[in-house]
Design a protein around this ligand. Sequence first.
Ligand code: GDP
Length: 198
Amino acid sequence: MKINTAEFVISNSDVSKCPREPLPEYAFIGRSNVGKSSLINMLTDRKSLAKTSGRPGKTQLINHFKINENWFLVDLPGYGYARVSKQTKQTFQAFIMDYFEQREQLVCAFVLIDIRLEAQKIDLEFITYLGETEVPFCIVFTKADKISRGKVDQHVAAYRQKLLANNWAEMPPHFVTSATESTGREQLLGYIDEVNQT
Ligand code: GDP
């Protein structure tokens, strides 16, 4: 997919104030510092469409970007940042859950996972929540440039095993990406293109 236009539309923490336009929408979410902003900028080929933040947990809003005038890319707040969790006294903030439970335009959530790390409890909890809420999702492994190709395959296989052990029948669609090397860009955008056409 060629990105012709990518424009910021609105930020808010209230799902009822998200754009009304009935365009298909794809949400990106993951633990703070997983590389979400870098991935969004890599996918859209814009240097700073999403703000890469030096302070994790700072961007606590639902951010809508309109892509090619025909779909929304949604940048959701990172979860699992200790200070934010402590303040809100819950793992996933209520407005994020409202978003997943109420947003009819949502087609698919991309859950970002740092490929270097063992499966983290909070990510598994979030994936379970998406399953229970019946939100279709894909897994996006980030920062693949930080480990060798052989290790990438090993870590993906280990993640699959972990999901199977958590009662998933199969691994969802998944992508291996690196924002610094633009790895996985065509695959991920191609997937969105394909889903948009069905
Ligand atoms: P966010 O908090 O999830 O939005 O994460 P950022 O995009 O701000 O990235 C967090 C840190 O990881 C920054 O220092 C980035 O430069 C680094 N980073 C993000 N993606 C990659 C990647 O694909 N490869 C490498 N080597 N570093 C990355």
